[in-house]
Design a protein around this ligand. Sequence first.
Ligand code: KG4
Ligand code: ZN
Length: 338
Amino acid sequence: MDTYILAIESSCDDTSAAVLKNTKILANVIANQDVHKFYGGVVPELASRAHQQNIIPVIHRALDIAKINKNQLNAVAFTNGPGLLGSLLVGASFAKSFSMALNIPLIEVNHMHAHILAHFIDDPQQPKKPEFPFLCLTVSGGHTQIMLINDYFDMKVIGQTIDDAAGEAFDKTAKIMGLPYPGGPLIDKWAKEGNPHAIKFPHPNIPGLDFSFSGLKTSVLYFLRDQLKNNPDYIEQNKADLCASVQHTIIEILMKKLRKAAKETGINHVAIAGGVSANSGLRNAMVQEKEKSGWDVYIPKFEYSTDNAAMIAITGYFKYLNKDFANQQLTPFTRYSE
Ligand code: KG4
Ligand code: ZN
């Protein structure tokens, strides 16, 4: 018998709903929130309000696209954390009421695990799925982790950032350059026209498999302060080289630790996930590593890299098969826990 799941993602600033049939996505609707653009980051109160406005239309649209009636659904899955509390509460409250009204199981999903499990969504263009055990570099706006994945729900963090996340490094350096939020995709765009070796930014010296990105942000800030003293148009005139150099530094920091993790664990099945895995430079670096080191590389489909409910749906599906259901007392959590 087929399994149909409605999934909801509302952990940060994207309201998304997806409908899944077994491992196949029938609909994946995302409403972005433009309201944060000129604040240099997500404003939590504005995000919760926008989720509240978007959630019903987004769910209606997903069911329409999927051509599924709500009475056909077997379960409702939702992101229970980590994320912004006010944002999470909107999705969680909707999912709880929906499951109660339809008398179908409720499934809670960890957002970071979902980024990784997005690799298991049925996709005719990418039929090869990661083999266990594999490593995953999960890089988003709030997290940077190297995970060892032994099974769908047996994951261990073996390295993580001690300060800023990789996505924050993109967004904060972009902000220093005067680019709107989120700066990651804009840096990616400008980097394509620049020289990645034009400016040398220092690399952190952090032991083990952990990362640090706060030093890069400070280096960029001081470097630009000095340049702007002599030339107020420095940023405008050197935008592409600046973006390419910042991007190159972030990717090198990430890849260095990922190579170390592969070496130490002896695992050469390596995936990337999360918003920063949409970055074209990181994607290229993974392909190059595949050619150089013989890794089996898994790069998510672009639309499943940044926040989306399709990844919540596939994770919900695996939990459904395990009959791993949540109850109505559950409350969202803001920080990652295994
Ligand atoms: O996973 P995600 O959509 O949301 C969180 O869970 O945080 O990740 C968002 C992050 C932002 O920092 C954004 O700037 C970054 O992913 N991002 C990118 C690109 N697309 C999104 N960073 C670099 N290059 C991109 N193309
Ligand atoms: Zn995310």
